[in-house]
Design a protein around this ligand. Structure first.
Ligand SMILES: [Zn+2]
Length: 592
């Protein structure tokens, strides 16, 4: 999907979300949001609106960024081989990098990225977009973890930079096959190879190619010495601390049930020589490994063959890739030769991730989290106008169980200090049409003597009548009405929150019509509207659960209302879903 399409869809989505009467005509139109874009995308519990940014989602969702994770997934696939050929090899078929597919998880310079993409067909726009989306996630290695350091790439390490020309690099990677950290260590001395060691190694591997590969001539003594010296120089650029880490002995003691790799002492360096299996340790047979076969998608299958876990084999820990289903583990390889490993990564915003648990939703959430602007300014603006300390964490967490989304909007706008009132309206004189004296702003709607006395006090009576807590003193009423604060420690629960939201909706409708039709605010009408709305919502709530219970009635799958949801102040239900609306509500309405 191209950028234009993504933006058009995002625009329509915004319009559907924010406009009262959305028209999707494709003509750009200004949308009035009552919460800033980057605040609205955040979670509700932090003052956002849970408004998903589709644009961010599609970057993750269209699999674009995720393709690079699939690329390093241990399962084999033809498309990966095609990518290997296009990305990892140069025109002569030599490897460009030592890191293999893991190159996408290395700290690459712009020049290295260009080198990586050089042979990618010019029209492969989608693939290119996948890679840039992947890079835009800024996935970085957690360098404090040294768990898998032995298998990390030598040339493209995030831990240090190697200064060496491309030609020599390519030679050492392809001919000498020096690609990972442990390749520089002599297994007998457990120290980096000496110049003589490099000389022997280079000579042996070079001569293997002479006569077989075009253009390979026997090296002269001088050329050989030069190459050995150069390799020695490369190693000298690696910090001593890292040499110390990679020469640490493996400290792995397998537990029964672990998947392990068995590598023959002598040809441990050669790939493909590892046996895999499940470690067992029984008194009858001692420590042994029940061998498994790894299939093309890297799943293990048990065989009936065993090998004794001793003698000429070293037992190595295995890096596993967690699949989407429970119990689905894929074998990547012995831990000390595998890169990248699932654990030990950060992405943008310093969020910890595991490569194998990296899923679309998680990525969207993370992108959102980074962009999210908490409504701090709003919180401060409210606080500076009020007498009591407000715990905004509790404000943003308020929830009700019987409201429609539209019901909660007026109060939500109040909480976000964005309700459009007369004082902001050029078409009116801005004076409150209840008291006829003060400018009608958001604070005033809660504090106005007339509205407070004839409307809010009645609302508070109703909330008390259905058994919910209201503030102990009248001096705390403003904070309760505006933001639901009950006391220093308590915040209103779902019942009070529901009634307050409906009250704000009813009151706002009344003040707006008072300004339009130029009459005084009729509190009685607003209260009646509140009573009607409340009753309607409670009936809808009761009926919903009633029919939910009825679906499986007389069957073994009988659905019943859990005890803690049976008594909810405004409405009570029995276990079978028969409901009664609290009669206090009708009494209250009659008394208006
Ligand atoms: Zn007033």
């Amino acid at each position: 999907m191209d950028k234009n399409t993504i933006c058009t869809i995002q625009e329509d989505a915004d319009r559907l979300w924010w406009s009262r009467d959305p028209v999707l005509d494709g003509h750009p139109k200004r949308i009035r949001r009552f919460v800033a874009r980057n605040t609205a995308i955040g979670p509700k519990s932090l003052g956002g609106l849970g408004n998903m940014s589709w644009k961010d989602h599609v970057i993750a969702y269209s699999y674009r960024a995720e393709w690079m994770n699939r690329y390093i997934h241990p399962a084999e696939a033809k498309w990966k081989e095609v990518l290997d050929a296009m990305l990892l090899k140069n025109k002569k078929g030599e490897l460009k990098f030592g890191a293999g597919r893991g190159i996408f998880f290395c700290a690459l310079t712009p020049a290295q990225k260009l080198r990586l993409l050089r042979n990618l067909p010019r029209k492969a726009h989608y693939l290119r977009a996948c890679m840039y989306d992947h890079w835009s996630l800024q996935i970085k290695q957690n360098l404090t973890m040294t768990d898998g350091i032995k298998g990390e790439p030598l040339w493209e390490s995030a831990r240090y930079k190697i200064n060496c020309d491309w030609k020599s690099r390519t030679y050492f990677i392809n001919v000498t096959r020096v690609t990972i950290m442990t390749d520089i260590i002599n297994r007998e001395t457990n120290k980096p190879h000496t110049r003589e060691g490099w000389r022997d190694w280079i000579e042996t591997l070079h001569n293997e190619k002479v006569g077989r590969v075009k253009g390979f001539k026997k090296l002269t003594n001088r050329e050989l010495s030069a190459k050995a010296t150069m390799m020695e120089q490369v190693v000298s650029q690696i910090p001593q601390q890292i040499i110390n880490e990679i020469t640490q002995p493996d400290q792995y003691s397998p537990k029964p049930g672990d998947t392990v790799a068995m590598v023959h002492h002598e040809d441990g360096d050669e790939e493909g020589d590892a046996f895999y299996g499940i470690y067992t340790d029984t008194p009858a047979h001692g420590a042994r490994v029940r061998l498994t076969v790894i299939d093309t998608v890297s799943k293990e299958h048990l065989t009936n063959k065993y090998k004794v876990a001793a003698g000429q084999y070293d037992i190595h820990e295995v890096a596993l890739w967690k699949g989407k289903r429970k119990g689905d583990w894929r074998v990547i390889g012995p831990k000390n030769t595998t890169f990248p490993q699932p654990k030990g990564w950060h992405m943008k915003g310093n969020v910890e991730i595991k490569l194998d648990e990296y899923r679309i939703n998680a990525v969207t959430k993370t992108i959102t989290k980074v962009k999210f602007d908490p409504p701090t300014a709003t919180e401060q603006a409210w606080q500076s106008r009020l007498n009591w300390v407000i715990n905004f964490v509790k404000v943003w967490k308020m929830k009700s169980f019987f409201l429609t989304p539209r019901d909660s909007i007026t109060w939500l706008k109040i909480q976000h200090r964005n309700l459009f009132t007369a004082s902001r309206n050029d078409q009116t004189n801005g004076i409150c049409r209840a008291c006829g004296w003060t400018q009608e702003n958001q604070l005033h709607l809660a504090r106005c003597r007339i509205i407070k006395c004839y409307f809010w006090d009645k609302v508070l009576q109703l909330i008390e009548a259905v058994g919910d807590e209201i503030p102990g003193t009248a001096s705390e009423h403003t904070e309760y009405i505006l933001l639901g604060r009950v006391s220093d420690t308590d915040h209103t629960g779902p019942i009070g929150a529901g009634i307050l939201a409906l009250a704000w909706r009813a009151l706002y409708a009344e003040t707006v019509s008072a300004h339009i039709d130029k009459h005084n605010v009729d509190s009685g009408r607003a209260l009646k509207r509140l009573a009607d709305l409340l009753k309607e919502r409670l009936v809808a709530y009761g009926e919903k659960w009633q029919s939910w219970c009825n679906v499986h009635v007389h069957t073994t799958k009988q659905s019943t209302i859990p005890l803690k949801y049976q008594e909810r102040g405004v409405i009570s239900q029995d276990i079978m879903g028969h409901y009664t609306i609290n009669p206090e509500i009708q009494k209250w309405k009659d008394a208006i």
